[in-house]
Design a protein around this ligand. Structure first.
Ligand SMILES: O=C(O)CCC(=O)C(=O)O
Ligand SMILES: [Fe+2]
Length: 202
């Protein structure tokens, strides 16, 4: 996927899903070459990752019992992330045009969960002040097997749950304020790009 154009059908599929059930999973959203490229990039930058925390500002703390990942935020002017940033900008524009979501910006980071790490059940919006509208997760795990674990468990409105295996290239999109979810432990390192389209704070 080195050209920057996202297939209209995929854009429509994501838009329709967000307007309907509020979530979707798209296998092979990224092709193998792109998964490998981004996975290699994440590894090359591993010294720059920081342990992720919970809570905001003064309340921010690292809690292994809640989440065990390390993250590296993606900058807008990161030349190695130009295509990836362009794809996300295209999706943002599509969602604004088709659903009038008023998405003003994207914040996103690489995340690495070492073997055994997890992220307990949570909602991506922290309290009322949070402006996160849509959550996007792209998995960067070449040759992942279901038995490797690391599933994203999404708790749906009807009380059921769905487990998404983090195969390289799979995309998950959901409305940030609607679905609690958790990351189950894996038997090897699990890498992803996770982001949030935000509304401007009022
Ligand atoms: O990596 C995933 O599957 C989800 C990560 C997540 O829930 C988060 O970073 O808030
Ligand atoms: Fe989350």
């Amino acid at each position: 996927m080195n050209n920057l154009v996202l297939d209209e059908t995929i854009l429509d599929q994501i838009g329709d899903a967000l307007a309907g059930p509020g979530w979707t999973v798209i296998p092979n959203f990224l092709d193998t070459a792109t998964v490998t490229e981004l996975h290699t990039l994440a590894h090359a930058r591993r010294e720059q990752f920081n342990r992720a925390g919970v809570g905001r500002e003064a309340g921010h703390q690292v809690r292994n019992d809640i989440r065990g990942d390390s993250v590296l935020w993606v900058e807008e002017d990161d030349s190695a992330m130009q295509s990836a940033n362009a794809r996300m900008a295209m999706l943002q524009q599509h969602l604004n045009r088709s659903l009038f979501l008023g998405l003003a910006e994207l914040e996103w980071h690489f995340a690495s969960y070492p073997a055994g790490a997890f992220y307990q059940r949570h909602l991506d919006q922290h309290r009322q002040q949070d402006t996160r509208v849509v959550t996007i997760v792209q998995y960067l795990n070449p040759q992942w097997q279901e038995s490797d674990g690391g599933q994203l468990r999404i708790y749906l409105d009807d009380g059921s749950q769905v487990d998404v295996t983090p195969y390289g290239g799979t995309l998950v999109v959901f409305m940030s304020d609607r679905f609690e979810h958790e990351v189950l432990p894996a038997i090897r390192e699990r890498v992803s790009l996770t982001g949030w389209y935000r509304r401007r704070a009022v």
